[in-house]
Design a protein. Structure first.
Length: 282
């Protein structure tokens, strides 16, 4: 794998071969499955720590149901379209199970997973062709539909495994450091303006986990360097406005992802000669 190869041009035919929307670029040697495997390797430390802290039973139950429905829907759509099932379904199931409340009933989890995977990804053609992260869509649906349930305890997330995952993804050059710095800059700025600079929020595990595995996802994130800064800042500011905890981060990422393509278009229009870089460390 040649990680030093230059990124492809935005209009390159190679993008279609990788199954990605035109604004997402993959460095030579990377495919959708390899990017998903990189995210899987990065999220496993968070999963292992949470299972150990929770004793395993509740979280494993959620993970089993989430895996069954994400894989089930991918197999169904893959069979009808003649496309293979990717590793991204496993990453989606893990991220959803880590952020959902442990008390969630199986039918609630199944419904949220279905909405996230089908409406957030598969109806657009699968991984790389949508503009939203399916886990974010599913979690937002659950938060909106079952607010009382969402207020209960979730898995015992720890910020340090998320930090380790961020380092891994940055070394793999799969995510952009600009989004992470922009996100935390937005958090600090918005908290300072509000007069409540809360270290517990800024250093909280849901914020760290959401920034790394949801906000920095190259499919839903902005793909030009100027817009990545704005995208990250927007997430940080909105997370403070929407409130602390996982719910505020989820809705902040959802709204910012909707505006990410517009931010890219504005950046390109204002700077016609702007070179679009790949969505990892550059």
């Amino acid at each position: 794998m040649n990680v030093n190869a230059p990124p492809e041009r935005p209009d390159s035919a190679g993008l279609a071969g990788n199954g990605l929307r035109p604004t997402v670029q993959i460095r030579s040697g990377w495919t959708v499955d390899r990017v998903s495997l990189a995210f899987l390797a990065a999220v496993l430390p968070s999963l292992a720590v949470a299972i150990f802290a929770d004793g395993g039973s509740g979280l494993v139950r959620l993970l089993g149901v989430a895996l069954a429905f994400t894989l089930g829907w991918q197999v169904l759509f893959g069979f009808t379209r003649g496309s293979p099932v990717g590793w991204d379904s496993v990453v989606t199931a893990i991220t959803m199970s880590l952020l959902l409340p442990l008390s969630a009933s199986l039918w609630q989890l199944a419904l949220a997973t279905t909405v996230g995977v089908v409406l957030g990804e598969l109806i657009f053609g699968g991984r790389g062709r949508s503009f939203l992260n399916p886990a974010v869509v599913g979690l937002a649906f659950f938060s909106f539909s079952f607010p009382a349930e969402m207020a209960t305890a979730s898995a015992a997330l720890d910020p340090w495994p998320a930090l380790l995952g961020a380092v891994m993804l940055l070394l793999f050059r799969v995510i952009s450091w600009r989004i992470l710095l922009g996100g935390y800059a937005g958090l600090i700025l918005a908290s300072w303006v509000a007069g409540s600079l809360d270290a517990d929020l800024i250093l909280s595990a849901p914020v760290a986990f959401g920034m790394v595995f949801l906000a920095a996802d190259p499919v839903c994130a902005a793909s030009t360097n100027p817009s990545r800064w704005i995208y990250g800042l927007l997430i940080g500011v909105l997370a403070v406005l929407f409130g602390s905890g996982a719910v505020g981060v989820i809705f902040a990422i959802l709204l910012a992802s909707v505006f990410a393509p517009l931010l890219d278009q504005i950046a390109v229009r204002l700077m016609p000669h702007l070179r679009r870089r790949a969505p990892w460390l550059s």
